[in-house]
Write a protein that binds this ligand. Structure first.
Ligand code: PNW
Length: 440
């Protein structure tokens, strides 16, 4: 890699990120059923109907996996706590085995000198709560507060940082309007409600953790740059609607106490009554803001109901997800987020990375495209820092090849290759490149 640790400010954190359902093996340790188990079991939702029953078996192999994080020279590990593992029914009696597991996982990070950066919801909603309407039900905020309290009473004293919810856009819009993730709905009313409740749950969890005396609490937002497909005013308006729904709704709610008009135009009739009264909770002050960044989209107008837009194919080189590689968007988002939403608050890139069709040849994996992707995005981070944006860390998605949701196990995001037959781990060339950059 062309970067050195010394190219970044003193104290800048390098880390890697994972999530519970994508790596742990949800069938182990007494976890309750969650809505991804249900979604994957319904034919047509997930490639080859694959699920997270075994995944990377991180549940039994976490010590080996954390050794890999440590040996790379990384400072921090971003992981998530499975709601259904801690509370199999979503509320009520905790699963002692599940809490013990996160206790051991946390101590294993600390023993290695890794900073534990927890996410409380990375998408595995207990089925018992999904059956009650899940994110469409306002009660989700109280249910999530209860889970937050139980998990953080046990673990909170040892966390470096905590974010309640990974990627509110995915939880709400992708899952309730686009149908791509559990529960797989295509319903604008359900989406609007989920878009509001996910932020109410976020704020409720922050308040719960403040009540426990915790600090270094943040939010993690996925952002996607929207480029108008052409120079027409219609394309510009469509891209602005995309930007409003994808990016500005969630940042605006949390940091400004307001939703963008371009999104309200279509969504306001579907919001729950009294939604404006929830902003004091949604706006509970944070200590940092995390951005997950992967790509941009080219947006054109479309003669469909709201949001009346479509994604069109772009000209840039693509990853194995078919996502355009657009590092400039990361610099632009870091600067725009600081300027318009977060001011002096520390920003973290909480996810960035790419999928590639990596294969094991003679016991090694060569993935130079991943190294190049990371270099180009680290350049973007450096440009933002040089422009005065307070970027405090960068987390690579992901440590391991893992369960890529509706795309199953074929899309490999890891610095470390996983053989899903033997479960053997093999560090890829990008891992070795990163390791030497961090040591230099
Ligand atoms: C993020 N989209 O998800 C998640 O945090 C990870 O769990 C996931 O593995 C990773 O990115 C790679 O996909 C996203 O459709 C999933 O725009 C889909 C989208 C964005 C982010």
């Amino acid at each position: 890699m062309r970067h050195k640790r010394s190219d970044f400010p003193e104290g800048f954190l390098f880390g890697t990120a994972t999530s519970a359902y994508q790596i742990e093996g949800h069938a182990f340790g007494g976890a309750g059923r969650n809505h991804w188990d249900d979604f994957a079991a319904t034919p047509g939702n997930v490639v080859r109907a694959e699920n997270g029953d075994r995944a990377c078996d991180h549940y039994h192999r976490f010590a080996e996996d954390l050794d890999l994080v440590k040996a790379a020279g990384l400072d921090a590990y971003r992981f998530s706590i499975s709601w259904a593992r801690v509370l199999p029914e979503g509320t009520g009696t905790p699963n002692a085995e599940g809490l013990d597991y996160y206790d051991r996982l946390t101590d294993a990070m600390l023993e290695r000198g890794l900073k534990p950066c927890a996410t409380l919801y990375h998408w595995e909603l207990p089925s018992a709560l999904a059956d009650k309407g899940g994110w469409r039900n306002r009660d989700i905020a109280a249910w999530f507060g209860e889970f937050t309290e139980i998990a953080m009473k046990r673990l909170g004293d040892r966390m470096f940082s905590v974010a309640p919810i990974n990627e509110p856009w995915c939880v709400a819009w992708l899952s309730h309007f686009m149908g791509g993730h559990a529960p797989g709905l295509r319903d604008v009313r359900a989406a609007a409600r989920a878009m509001h409740h996910v932020l109410l749950a976020h704020g409720t969890a922050i308040q719960t953790m403040r009540g426990l005396g915790m600090s270094n609490l943040g939010g993690v937002f996925n952002l996607e740059w929207a480029t108008p497909a052409d120079g027409t005013p219609e394309a510009q308006a469509a891209a602005a609607r995309y930007d409003a729904i994808y990016n500005r709704w969630f940042l605006g709610g949390v940091f400004k106490g307001a939703y963008p008009q371009a999104a309200l135009d279509g969504l306001e009739p579907h919001l729950p009554a009294g939604w404006q009264d929830d902003f004091p909770t949604i706006q509970e002050p944070l200590d940092w803001c995390g951005l997950n960044y992967y790509t941009r989209k080219l947006i054109a107008p479309d003669a469909t109901p709201f949001p009346s837009l479509k994604e069109v194919e772009g000209p840039l080189p693509k990853t194995f997800m078919d996502w355009e590689i657009y590092p400039q968007g990361l610099e632009d988002f870091l600067t725009r987020t600081a300027r318009e939403y977060t001011g002096d608050l520390p920003l973290y890139v909480t996810e960035n990375g790419m999928a590639s069709p990596d294969v094991l040849v003679d016991g090694a994996v060569q993935d130079p495209s991943r190294t190049a992707f990371l270099e180009d995005h680290l350049d973007a981070v450096q440009r933002a820092i040089a422009a005065g944006v307070p970027v405090s860390g960068y987390f690579i998605w992901s440590l391991l090849d893992n369960y890529e949701w509706a795309l199953g196990y074929e899309k490999r995001f890891g610095l470390v290759h996983v053989d899903f037959g033997t479960l053997e781990r093999t560090a890829k060339s990008s891992y070795h490149e990163l390791k030497s950059a961090l040591q230099s």
